[in-house]
Design a protein around this ligand. Structure first.
Ligand SMILES: O=P(O)(O)O[C@H]1O[C@H](CO)[C@@H](O)[C@H]1O
Ligand SMILES: Nc1nc2[nH]cnc2c(=O)[nH]1
Length: 281
């Protein structure tokens, strides 16, 4: 946003109950909210700043119907050099502000042969590959104020919210390109080799990206409800004869193409959640 739309750090923010974390090229998701107040990350004390194209680096407060929301236009990645404590700091701030549900979005490469570019995958589960190697946001002394030492992750993604996302997607005419699947996080920043992609597919991953899992893990640890939506921006090469080469510009181009649909989906989901008073897993 231009300087005129950026609010200085002097107002009492409304207490959001829903946080939306916007992935690569998806900052437009905040457009469905009214009464917006925007803060640049660089103006928020101790907040990391976005260094990746397609991540505006703004925190936007706004309202969808009667639901007070906060949008992160851009999130943080391990490959930017941030610790997982920094990557997930916003989630704990949201918890302290009174947020109850987090809607996380991202761009990812499709591994499932049925997936097409532009599909929206409702995340039913994830594989935390960096976590297997000790890169885990909950390593270190457990902060009991947020959650327990050994949190359960088998129900990280709310069943109710997943069902609602499918229903709302069908109502909006997106049924043909809505899928469900397993997201795998890799650290990046390089895209996968063909051998790596084949390995991930064998492991049961439907899509792969470089984000989200740390935020979801910390959100689940502190008792937040989570919905994850992954936009399939490219098909991951699984074949040595394929000539196409993925790049970040293509990822952003597909995000731009689907941002409006995703924005409608997210806006309607949030208003439906309120109407249906969804508050269970
Ligand atoms: O996960 P988000 O940030 O949406 O973006 C995905 O797209 C970028 C690569 O093009 C990486 O940041 C990857 O994680
Ligand atoms: N790791 C990874 N991240 C992505 N983000 C968007 N597309 C991709 C991809 O193919 N691989």
């Amino acid at each position: 946003p231009g300087p005129s739309s950026v609010t200085t750090w002097s107002f009492e923010p409304p207490q959001p109950t829903v946080a939306v974390i916007c992935g690569s090229g998806l900052g437009l998701l905040a457009d469905g909210a009214t009464g917006k107040q925007t803060f640049r990350y660089q103006d928020i004390p101790n907040f990391p700043v976005s260094t990746v194209m397609g991540h505006e680096g703004c925190l936007v407060f706004g309202t969808i119907e009667d639901t007070s929301c906060v949008f992160m236009q851009g999130h943080f990645h391990l490959y930017e050099g941030y610790s997982l404590c920094q990557v997930t700091l916003p989630v704990r701030i949201f918890k302290l502000m009174g947020v109850e549900s987090v809607l996380v979005t991202n761009a990812s490469g499709g591994l499932c042969p049925d997936f097409k570019v532009g599909d929206i995958m409702i995340i039913k589960d994830h594989i935390n590959l960096p976590g297997f190697a000790g890169q885990h946001p909950l390593c270190g002394p457990n902060d009991e104020r947020f959650g327990i030492r050994f949190p359960c992750m088998s129900d990280a993604y709310s069943k109710d919210l997943r069902r609602l996302a499918l229903d709302v997607g069908s109502e909006l005419g997106c049924g043909d390109f809505m899928r469900e699947g397993v997201y795998c996080m890799v650290s990046g920043p390089n895209f996968e080799t063909i051998a790596e992609a084949r390995m991930l597919q064998i492991l049961g991953c439907d899509s792969v990206g470089m984000s989200m899992v740390p935020e979801v893990t910390v959100a689940k640890h502190c008792g937040l409800r989570v919905l994850g939506l992954s936009l399939i921006t490219n098909k991951v090469s699984l074949d040595y004869s394929r000539e196409e080469k993925v790049n970040h510009e293509e990822v952003l181009q597909i995000s731009k193409m689907r941002a409006e649909v995703l924005q409608k989906l997210v806006t309607m989901l949030i208003s439906r959640c309120q109407q249906q008073n969804i508050n269970t897993n």
